[in-house]
Design a protein around this ligand. Structure first.
Ligand code: CA
Length: 248
């Protein structure tokens, strides 16, 4: 199954080899079990401002920058973009609620994935649409020794944000590698779209309430139900890449 996924990737992205040197990790819903708190605080903030939404819709918007999510809500409700003032105050309100609700819990199995990545000699980077200082600053405590701040891509680095390939292209640049030398680990459809558009082999982990099909339709190359399953299969993924390259 992994071999087939690699073959499909090479064909789709017009690459000759997949030789991973780094893994670009999304943060919310991958490294932190934080999406339920994002969804709750977005929904409550939106409702407070009479913006039409559901708690679930924020799992579809996940990966966008805060500004882009707020514009989307304004377009849906009022058929116009939000003003700079509205964007600023609504984002602040959402961030305040998120910090109140978020328990900072690491995603189960994520530490095991990081350990497997390290033992296979790959570097690990974070590429997130998040502008939440609370979580970005916490990474070093939760996963000591894995991530370097200067190699992180956050909401503060990007203009477009996911689903645009920009954040992942920036991640490749920070890692000093090409698209066929990386894996992306993502939980959100727009994050998967961004990674695929950047030409990277994309591993989806479905840690939220969406159907698997949504992530596969977004272009995920491999899909796991959670981070623990990915950790357990890591050696097989690396082995499949090595075998594939032997065939060339
Ligand atoms: Ca995410």
């Amino acid at each position: 199954m992994i071999q087939e996924a690699i073959a499909r990737y090479l064909l789709k992205q017009k690459q000759f080899s997949l030789t991973p040197k780094a893994v670009l990790f999304d943060m919310d819903g991958v490294l932190y079990d934080s999406m339920r708190f994002h969804s709750r605080s977005w929904y409550e903030t939106a409702t407070h401002h009479n913006l039409i939404s559901t708690p679930e819709i924020f799992y579809l918007y996940e990966g966008r920058t805060g500004e882009s999510t707020i514009n989307e809500l304004y377009q849906k409700t009022f058929h116009r973009d939000a003003t700079d003032e509205e964007k600023k105050s609504i984002y602040e309100e959402k961030a305040t609620l998120f910090n109140k609700y978020n328990d900072g819990k690491a995603m189960s199995g994520a530490a095991e994935v990081l350990a497997a990545v390290k033992s296979s000699g790959l570097q690990a980077l974070v590429v997130t649409g998040s502008g939440q200082h609370s979580l970005i600053n916490k990474l070093e405590n939760t996963y000591p020794g894995y991530f370097k701040r200067e190699k992180m891509v956050t909401a503060f680095d990007v203009i477009y944000g996911k689903p645009h390939p920009e954040p992942y292209l920036m991640g490749l640049k920070k890692a000093g590698i090409q698209a066929n030398e990386a894996f992306v680990v993502e939980n959100a459809p727009m994050g998967v779209q961004a990674a695929v558009a950047a030409g990277i082999f994309t591993i989806a982990v479905n840690t939220g309430p969406l159907a698997d099909k949504v992530l596969l339709d977004a272009g995920a190359d491999l899909l796991y139900p959670d981070m623990t399953s990915l950790a357990n299969d890591w050696k097989n993924i690396i082995k499949a890449c090595q075998e594939n390259n032997k065939d060339i």
